[in-house]
Write a protein that binds this ligand. Sequence first.
Ligand code: C2E
Ligand code: MG
Ligand code: MG
Length: 333
Amino acid sequence: MEEEAHLSVTASVGIATAARSSAEEFLRDADIALDQAKWEGKNRRVVFESGMQHKARSRMELEVDLRDALSNDEFFLVYQPTFDLSDMSPTGLEALIRWRHSTRNIVLPNDFIPLLESTELIIPVGKRVLEESCRQGVIWRQAGHTVGIAVNVSARQLDTDQFVTDVRNALSESGLEPGALTLEITETTLMRNLEETSRRLSAVRKLGVRIAIDDFGTGYSSLAHLQRLPIDALKIDRSFISRLTDSPEGEALIHTLVQLGKALSIETLAEGIEEPEELAMLQQEHCDSGQGFLYARPMDAAASETFLQAWARRHSSSAGGAGHNSAHSVITP
Ligand code: C2E
Ligand code: MG
Ligand code: MG
């Protein structure tokens, strides 16, 4: 019997309106708007605005510079701690890439990851991030910190079986315990090529590596998928956290997401906690862990080490006396 193939097609539309002196100009504007629509994540329409031309030129310039960035060693990693909401102890560090551009200072990933993806450069860059993160994870663990390391993975990296080999090699070359590595994949990435992607994720999970869905709640994964997929953690997108204190609906949503995690035995991690009130509500809902500027911002490796040391010192000095630290007393070291 022939298998049914399900295809989902999306369209991006660029719209130009105002009167133009020539058809060429008019089409060029529509083209720039289309480019912007694709840049913003496709599947949307964008109306042309004059500033877009500048943005498009700037992107083109960045794309040219990006070609040499890897060989010039211009990428580096910063790390943002995640923490256990029940006792505020650090549970891991997420590696976040930065680009030290020769003239623009530090460029943030949202401004160049899409370019790396469209040029396939994400594959060697992603591999480098994975290797360096595993090495760094080993350094922290050897220093006595029981933390994991989380690495963001792009859709393109999951397009071939080479990814599984890269993960296996990064683990064996660094000596990192597989259970200390979490790979973060966005919902959209997961759904892009569901069968192949989940097969590859299952293969890395067999090695003992953990899988987390990043920005959860912003994509299209269905509950049926969640149950079937090899997933260890849901990272609840920041947009849910920032709406948490606005209305009862915001709280109801978080409640539902946390309960969903519990029902499926999947850890829930709240992203982007900025306010003490958000933290308190998430603790009340028994969300497992968190991440956000309130606890710690992304920092370089040395500052991360200082952070972990400070926490360990404080923890060991309070352990014999007053018992566990109270949740609010250890927001920053
Ligand atoms: P993400 O994986 O969801 O990472 C969290 C982002 O939220 C980080 O931004 C972090 O700095 C920011 N953030 C954390 N806490 C807070 C908070 O309390 N408030 C606010 N406003 N923001 C917070 P960043 O470093 O700019 O990274 C953006 C995205 O770029 C990441 O989102 C991830 O999807 C992607 N990315 C970063 N590094 C890599 C990488 O090595 N490879 C790939 N493929 N993607 C990466
Ligand atoms: Mg992430
Ligand atoms: Mg995220």
